[in-house]
Design a protein around this ligand. Structure first.
Ligand code: G1P
Ligand code: ZN
Length: 545
């Protein structure tokens, strides 16, 4: 008979989930009872866990192994009937979403701080996904936070750790722990959506080279199976394929700044034809061609325009959605296709209802996130396979496809400037100052540019009519240029101000400018309006993507 222990605890005041779950420094999670409090607050909020099935896994970062065992013991104490765990405790975020859906689980816990650095001095995180595989909506995360503020005890099974290295079932108290092969399930799903024969023909043609950088994070095993085994890409196509607790000391964020080795391989003379990378938990992607970077906002537009070439989407798209700060490139494609384009707040959780209601098929965010109705998370490898499928069918280079797209639809020059680790009061001051300036901004013009909209973005979900306020300061101009300001909801150090800049260009002679040059006027307006320098002391952004 295994005993359930009840442990007294006191609340932590800071357990409010952000854009994507609760994310803190590892040292914060290592405080006694910190993780347990949050997990108990979640289980209390879910109310009936009796006999339910839970999915559990993480991106393998430092503390993943410890946290998994704690959660298993707490799940058993809460009365779950079965927990499906990824082998060795690993599950990419999209794979977790797929497992929840395929096995009809009541929900899942994913341990990840996404693209944030790992290791003892890095970040850790925990997020909950509901039974459709989607990140928990705000009403759930708000309820968990409320519960966390009054928690005074948690329940945990007094038992030794369970081995997670071999597939199969183990009894754990009254609960069953089943270690699952998530790679196999996920690869099968990808094979149903994409034309693997055609992609294999491209990859083995001798005319095409690619590199995929797994950044020592969770996608390594998935990428090796799919690219190197099933699609027969050359051995070594997958770089940094072994998941490591500290991501090999790197920053597992697939962008031009953090995937430098990959970028160099694409930019050299006779560089590879195609390059891609995914982040810590496998939901983000970066797409590169020889000498060209595909901005994520352009990527979702190009996938939408070419979806008819891909088996899983040949039947047509019901609609598309993008987060508010994402460029309007996809809006132009949707208009041409005669399908709706929804504008949601930042964060994948806002796409869940639209996908469930089948009013959108593809979704995208400027933050290297792209996905579809196949799961309820953004999906890095899915985006890479989508691109490969298009390349295989069209027989053109990435650059040719992008340039043709711009020529047809015009180009939305786009960039995001991040000011990281700002003093929290200074950052809040910037947003409050902008909010206070909105009414007076409405009719102003800057260097011949007339402001046509200036608001604090609020969103009403078209399906459940829930309202989300204060989702970013949005300034739009009559020529469809935009500047958006918002504070990050995923950072763990001070505050991060994000400034999103977008300008549309349809003049064929001006489609190939340097992005920062093309946006220079808007950048000057943005920093002036926000009084960035006066209020933060910063001369320049920390990172530009
Ligand atoms: C960031 C991105 C957002 C994304 C989230 C989770 O959130 O901007 O698009 O959904 O990470 O990957 P933020 O830090 O801006 O709140
Ligand atoms: Zn991620």
């Amino acid at each position: 008979m295994t005993a359930i222990r009840t442990v007294s605890t006191t609340p932590f005041p800071d357990q409010q989930p952000g854009t994507s779950g609760l994310r803190k420094k590892v040292s914060v999670f290592q405080q006694p009872h910190y993780l347990e409090n949050f997990v108990q607050a979640l289980f209390d909020t879910l109310e009936d866990c009796q006999g339910q099935t839970l999915v559990l896994g993480g991106d393998g970062r430092y503390y993943n192994d410890v946290a998994i065992q704690t959660i298993l013991k707490m799940a058993a104490a809460a009365g779950f009937g079965r927990v499906l765990v990824g082998q060795n405790g690993l599950l990419s975020t999209p794979a977790a979403s797929a497992v929840i859906r395929r096995h009809k689980a009541s929900g899942g816990i994913i341990l990840s701080a996404s693209h944030n650095p790992g290791g003892p001095n890095g970040d850790f995180g925990i997020k909950y996904n509901i039974n459709n595989g989607s990140p928990a909506p705000e009403k759930v995360t708000d309820a968990v936070f409320e519960r966390s503020k009054s928690i005074d005890k948690y329940h945990i099974l007094a038992r030794e750790a369970v081995a997670l290295d071999r597939l199969g079932e183990t009894r754990f108290g009254a609960m069953t722990v089943e270690v699952v092969d998530a790679v196999e399930d996920y690869a099968q799903l990808m094979g149903e959506l994409f034309d693997f024969n055609r992609i294999r023909a491209l990859l083995t043609s001798g005319q095409f080279t690619m590199h995929f950088d797994a950044m020592h994070a969770v996608t390594g095993p998935y990428a090796c199976t799919i690219f190197e085994e099933q699609l027969e890409a050359a051995a070594g196509t997958v770089m940094n394929g072994q998941p490591l607790p500290d991501f090999g000391g790197g920053h597992p964020d697939p962008n031009l700044a953090h995937a430098k080795d990959l970028v160099a391989l694409l930019n050299q003379d006779n560089g590879a034809d195609f390059g891609a990378a995914a982040d810590g938990d496998g939901d983000r992607n970066m797409i590169l061609g020889r000498g060209i970077f595909v901005s994520p906002s352009d990527s979702i537009a190009i996938l939408t325009a070419n979806a008819h070439l891909v088996p899983g989407y040949r039947a047509g798209l019901t609609g598309v959605a993008r987060s508010m700060p994402t460029s309007q490139a996809v809006d132009r494609v949707a208009a041409q296709l005669g399908i709706p384009c929804y504008e949601t707040p930042t964060g994948w959780k806002f796409f869940g209802n639209l996908l469930d209601a089948n009013i959108v098929t593809l979704c995208g965010e400027e933050s290297f996130g792209t996905g579809s109705n196949h799961v309820r998370e953004k999906d890095g490898l899915w985006a890479v396979l989508f691109w490969l499928n298009i390349l295989a069918v069209r027989g053109q280079s990435v650059a040719e496809i992008v340039h043709e797209h711009w020529a047809k639809y015009g180009r939305n020059y786009y960039s995001r400037h991040d000011y990281e680790a700002l003093d929290i009061d200074a950052a809040n001051g910037i947003i409050e100052h902008l909010r206070a300036s909105l009414t007076q901004l409405s009719n102003r013009s800057f260097g011949g540019r007339q402001i046509s909209i200036a608001d604090d973005f609020a969103y009403t979900d078209p399906v459940d009519h829930s309202v989300s306020q204060h989702q970013g300061i949005r300034i739009g101009f009559s020529d469809s240029a935009r500047i958006i300001f918002r504070l990050s909801g995923t950072g763990t150090e001070g505050a991060t101000l994000r400034i999103y800049l977008e300008q549309y260009e349809s003049d064929l002679a001006k489609l190939h400018l340097d992005t920062q040059d093309a946006l220079a006027d808007l950048i000057a307006i943005a920093t002036q309006l926000a009084e960035v320098k006066q209020r933060s002391g910063r001369e320049a952004p920390t990172i530009i993507t």
